[in-house]
Design a protein around this ligand. Structure first.
Ligand SMILES: NC(=O)c1ccc[n+]([C@@H]2O[C@H](COP(=O)([O-])OP(=O)(O)OC[C@H]3O[C@@H](n4cnc5c(N)ncnc54)[C@H](OP(=O)(O)O)[C@@H]3O)[C@@H](O)[C@H]2O)c1
Length: 347
């Protein structure tokens, strides 16, 4: 089977995924009988490519690694926008990996909606579309008979959505709690070890964990987008990150940490989704967790989630210090899940 991909957004995750396609090419052919071709790549400022034949991915990666634009690739270079590329490409599947827009999830929502409407299957690691428009996108995918997967939006390649969907049929999710933002957890861990917040943030930036502007993480917006995505998909909520009762970690001081330590507790930024009589309630706030909590030992850039269900009780999953490979793997595994669905004729 030949699978043709259009990759919209080709930064860290897009390039990591492309590298995985190169490294796993023989395995994909031998084990899965799958020949994956990338037929379009779109970036905002580093050039774009479109071709009816597969692109030479190693050449593309070399150009970018050497600071060059994709315009230097050859005749396949195009000035088309992402939207125009989605219109023109012969791809079977669109991989959406553009930057998160926490205001409204755009233009990724448009990219996904358009690709699904064109009958393409879609994979994304961008949480914006799931946090702002999950149900509309799901409706479009069902009406078009297209498949839509997004495992990388929360805890990278750790199976959360797939776990519930594929291995816990009939289980209702009652509530969710998680440590979902690596930067704030790294900063809080460093503060537990006696660093001040400013030094901890600078250290996280130096290690490439935190962005130059870490406010999305420290103010709790990233965790808010993730808990909204989880609630929309697993608890049938119709919410956006603006509905989250949100407090970031900026107000945490050495005194807060010391007070927690005196009670043998640690401060963690906890995102939660629960139900009351009015529906689903979403929160992100720093909490003092005791040594009996599964979150006690979630340190550094690790993440954890506890999902309480009606039939399987409480499940806690820990992801230890993930790197880019884990996010690229989320996209890779979603791609393979879709191939399985295509082969079995299911959605
Ligand atoms: N990095 C992680 O560990 C991680 C983990 C989980 C989820 N994610 C999510 O995965 C997505 C990609 O992350 P990343 O780290 O790869 O980000 P990144 O390095 O900033 O790359 C984003 C890419 O999207 C392109 N882009 C932005 N707007 C575009 C547009 N309108 N049309 C076409 N291309 C556009 C950028 O082009 P330019 O290069 O020209 O700006 C760049 O190629 C994000 O939504 C992120 O939240 C990332």
């Amino acid at each position: 089977m030949i699978l043709r991909l259009a990759i919209i957004g080709f930064g860290n995750v897009g390039q990591g995924f492309a590298r995985m396609l190169v490294d796993k090419r023989d395995w994909l052919l031998k084990t899965k009988g799958l020949d994956v071709e990338v037929v379009a790549i779109s970036t905002r400022s580093r050039g774009s490519l479109i071709s009816d034949r597969g692109l030479d991915i190693e050449r593309v990666l070399d150009l970018l690694a050497n600071g060059k634009s994709l315009d230097e690739y050859g005749d396949e270079a195009t000035e088309c926008t992402a939207r125009q590329i989605i219109d023109r490409t012969i791809a079977d599947m669109m991989i959406e990996l553009t930057t998160l827009n926490i205001e409204d999830g755009q233009p990724a929502i448009d990219h996904i909606s358009h690709a699904l409407s064109e009958g393409m299957d879609v994979v994304t690691a961008n949480k914006g579309p799931i946090a702002f428009a999950y149900h509309d996108l799901r409706t479009t995918s069902r009406s078009m008979g297209s498949r839509f997967r997004f495992e990388g939006t929360v805890m990278d390649g750790t199976p959360i959505f797939s776990l519930i969907e594929k291995t816990l049929p009939g289980c209702e999710v009652i509530d969710i709690r998680g440590i979902l933002n690596s930067t704030s957890n790294y900063v809080l861990t460093a503060m537990t070890n006696g660093r001040c917040m400013k030094d901890a943030v600078m250290e996280a930036q130096a290690k490439g964990i935190a962005e130059a502007d870490p406010t999305l993480d420290l103010d709790g917006w990233d965790a808010a987008a993730k808990i909204t995505a989880l609630a929309n998909v697993l608890m049938d909520a119709r919410m956006t990150p603006r509905d989250v009762d949100r407090i970031g970690i900026n107000g945490i001081t050495a005194e807060t940490m010391n007070e927690a330590a005196r009670q043998d507790n640690r401060i963690r930024l906890v995102a939660s989704a629960s139900r009351n009589n009015d529906g689903v309630v979403l929160q992100v706030k720093p909490e003092s967790v005791s040594s009996r909590s599964p979150f006690w030992s979630v340190n550094g850039t690790s993440s954890a989630i506890t999902i309480r269900t009606d039939l399987m009780g409480e499940l806690t999953i820990l992801e230890t210090n993930p790197e880019l490979t884990q996010t690229a793997y989320a996209v890779f595994s979603d791609m393979l899940h879709i191939v399985e669905s295509i082969r079995s004729g299911t959605l």
